[in-house]
Design a protein around this ligand. Structure first.
Ligand SMILES: Cc1cc2nc3c(=O)[nH]c(=O)nc-3n(C[C@H](O)[C@H](O)[C@H](O)COP(=O)(O)OP(=O)(O)OC[C@H]3O[C@@H](n4cnc5c(N)ncnc54)[C@H](O)[C@@H]3O)c2cc1C
Length: 238
């Protein structure tokens, strides 16, 4: 909690409207040992002495941003060694609560691993009591499935699973929502995961700056990749 307050306090000094360009998508980054030149999608160019790139590894693995010159092979090898994970929370708001007072429950499908397995209720004390909101999380392969299919298809699958647990008398939700993180060109997934067998050298190469272009974000934290505090600590490192 203390650290969170400190982060907010620090951010007050520089995270001001004057210092942040909102709704600005970076298209090209030309970097060298002396400067970094950034071009936005609207054609604006920004010349900087230094730059810190915090795009997700998923963004770096796609051609959404053009880096000039292209990254050396040791950098590309490290970037592609990292796996981008997708984590999809499917939110349902019901007219009434039909599950018991619990924060979590699990579903184990007989045939399909990872098929709507983890359920969480937000309608509990400390969250959003009486909201009647449930969410079910799917990850990576099952996330790609729900991202590729329509909301109606996903809702129909979720309701079939819920009815198998609570019976056919449960109501339909009034609202249903999920975000397609993998399809968003500003994210290309939710967060990174370093697979088993990743070497110290790959971590070091992923972190390593090239010229005046530096890299920070959750993916470069050897200890806390995937987490907000990993991103924060990498910011401190850089
Ligand atoms: C559904 C979900 C649940 C999560 N739950 C947790 C949790 O419980 N606990 C936890 O610690 N972490 C959680 N995380 C992970 C956490 O959100 C990330 O680890 C954290 O946001 C990483 O911060 P970052 O600054 O490295 O990257 P990001 O937050 O991805 O920031 C990168 C920024 O770069 C911007 N960007 C990308 N491309 C461009 C471009 N071309 N031009 C301009 N801007 C661009 C993006 O818009 C984004 O704002 C969760 C993530 C998701 C998606």
């Amino acid at each position: 909690m203390k650290r969170l307050l400190r982060v907010r306090e620090e951010a007050k000094n520089f995270a001001t409207n004057e210092n942040i360009l909102y709704n600005s998508v970076v298209k090209n980054i030309v970097y060298s040992d002396t400067a970094v030149n950034i071009t936005l999608a609207n054609g604006t160019t920004i010349l900087a002495d230094y730059a810190i790139c915090t795009f997700s590894i998923g963004v770096l693995q796609h051609n959404d941003v053009k880096f000039i010159p292209t990254f050396p092979s040791w950098k590309r090898e490290a970037i592609f060694a990292i796996k981008m994970v997708t984590y999809t929370k499917n939110f349902l708001k019901f007219p009434r609560k039909f599950w018991k007072n619990t924060q979590f429950f699990l579903y184990a499908d007989s045939y399909r691993r990872g098929y709507y397995p983890q359920w969480q209720s937000l309608s509990e004390i400390g969250f959003l009591p009486r909201s009647n909101i449930l969410f079910v999380t799917v990850v990576t392969d099952e996330s790609y499935v729900v991202e590729a299919q329509s909301n109606n298809q996903t809702l129909s699958q979720i309701m079939t699973v819920l009815k198998s647990m609570f019976g056919n008398d449960i109501p339909d939700p009034d609202n249903f929502y999920y975000y397609r993180w993998n399809q968003d060109p500003l994210y290309r997934g939710s967060y990174s995961n370093w697979p088993t067998g990743t070497s110290e050298c790959q971590f070091a190469n992923a972190q390593r700056s090239i010229g005046r272009l530096y890299f920070a974000g959750e993916a470069y934290s050897q200890k806390y990749f995937g987490f907000v505090h990993g991103a924060y600590m990498e910011g401190l490192r850089v």
